[in-house]
Design a binder for this molecule. Structure first.
Ligand code: SF4
Ligand code: SF4
Length: 360
């Protein structure tokens, strides 16, 4: 926390369900450790969908304050202000996050305070990540904690230490919003204290910091969306049914995917299985019997790739190698060889297709 303010918030941006436990552990442990320093804190969740769906970007905040009055004021806000660090649990989220209730796609660093830190779990370089992260009008920091996205989600807690390593990194990059010592002391009061302490120290020591100047990064194309009042909000729990072959326009997908399906049209045997199994009705029949993909509605679940009977015909490819959501069959139609070249290039750029379908 700076001298001017007595409140600082940690934003944990994660993929719904898969990483929910992870976000919960991080925010709660940060608050508990802060209390050892005579600070006060609370946590709050925000969803991009209702109910939360697999892969949907979601947020959980830890708000930490020097005094209870400051905390109360901050906790009444729709989203906490003075976000000193945004923890990005899956680096494909650097392409942006759907905002609450699907009103537009927002930059991953939209609410980051000047001088704050975007902490990304990634094996990518700062330059690769900045290809997607929009520029700000102020200086900020990009911190990278080496690692793969962990999907310790709602049903299965994946005890790979990502949560405690992230907390250790938060202690380092915030310069003591919560100290490493307090985190270790808090972890020591629970199960596996020595293991947690080692994970906290590892995160603290392995995170790297990269200052980013004002104006550096991707073009910021975000246009603030006019939010409706509470009484005009779209349906949440009740979603209107759509006709077969049409898509629900309330559920456009832009940043819900870690990977997207690519079809090798010249290997397709036109069996129709992908069209039948896709839960979001993304496949568009073409006159010659292929199935094109509407990426505006694809959530990247990978069911189509898993179901296709032709080996390698549908491959799941890392989302960050794609710039556009446009369907691709028209490229195949006009030049099959050029399409195959493009497809192979994307797979190579991604370091190969993902054998685990919709998740890493
Ligand atoms: S990954 Fe395949 S099955 Fe899943 S939503 Fe996208 S097109 Fe449909
Ligand atoms: S499941 Fe595979 S082979 Fe069958 S239509 Fe879809 S892409 Fe073609």
């Amino acid at each position: 926390m700076s001298d001017e303010t007595s409140v600082g918030a940690v934003d944990v941006t994660y993929r719904g369900i898969f990483q929910k436990n992870l976000a919960g552990v991080i925010t709660k442990e940060l608050v508990k450790a802060a209390r050892r320093e005579d600070k006060v804190g609370g946590t709050v969740q925000r969803y991009g969908d209702s109910p939360e769906r697999n892969g949907i970007p979601a947020k959980q905040f830890a708000v930490i304050a020097d005094d209870m009055d400051s905390l109360r004021v901050e906790m009444t806000k729709y989203e906490p202000e003075n976000v000193v660090v945004v923890c990005v649990m899956d680096d494909t989220l650097t392409k942006g996050v759907e905002s609450w209730a699907w009103y537009g796609v927002r930059p991953i660093n939209l609410n980051l305070a000047p001088g704050g830190t975007l902490l990304v779990i990634s094996r990518r370089s700062p330059e690769e990540l900045l290809h997607w992260i929009p520029r700000r009008t102020y200086d900020w920091n990009l911190a990278i904690l080496p690692g793969e996205p962990s999907f310790g989600g709602l049903w299965v807690y994946n005890d790979d230490g990502t949560d405690y390593r992230t907390m250790g990194a938060v202690a380092r990059v915030t310069g003591g919003l919560v100290s490493l010592d307090s985190l270790i002391a808090e972890a020591g009061s629970g199960k596996d204290g020595d293991l947690r302490a080692a994970q906290l120290r590892e995160g603290y020591e392995s995170v790297t910091m990269h200052p980013v100047g004002a104006g550096v990064g991707a073009e910021d194309t975000y246009v603030p969306v006019e939010m409706p009042g509470w009484t005009q909000m779209r349906e949440g729990l009740v979603v209107p049914a759509v006709e077969v072959g049409k898509n629900n326009t309330l559920f456009m997908k832009y940043t819900t995917r870690t990977t997207r399906p690519l079809v090798k049209f010249d290997a397709c045997v036109k069996c129709q299985i992908c069209y039948t199994v896709c839960p979001d009705e993304c496949f568009i029949p073409t006159p010659e019997g292929h199935y094109d993909i509407n990426y505006q509605h694809c959530c990247g679940c990978g069911i189509c790739a898993q179901s296709c009977p032709v080996s390698g015909c549908i491959e799941m490819v890392d989302e960050t190698v794609f710039e556009s959501n446009e369907p691709l069959h028209s490229v195949f139609e006009s030049d099959p060889a050029a399409y195959e070249e493009l497809r192979a290039e994307k797979v190579a750029q991604a370091g190969g297709a993902n054998p685990h379908y919709g998740i890493y």
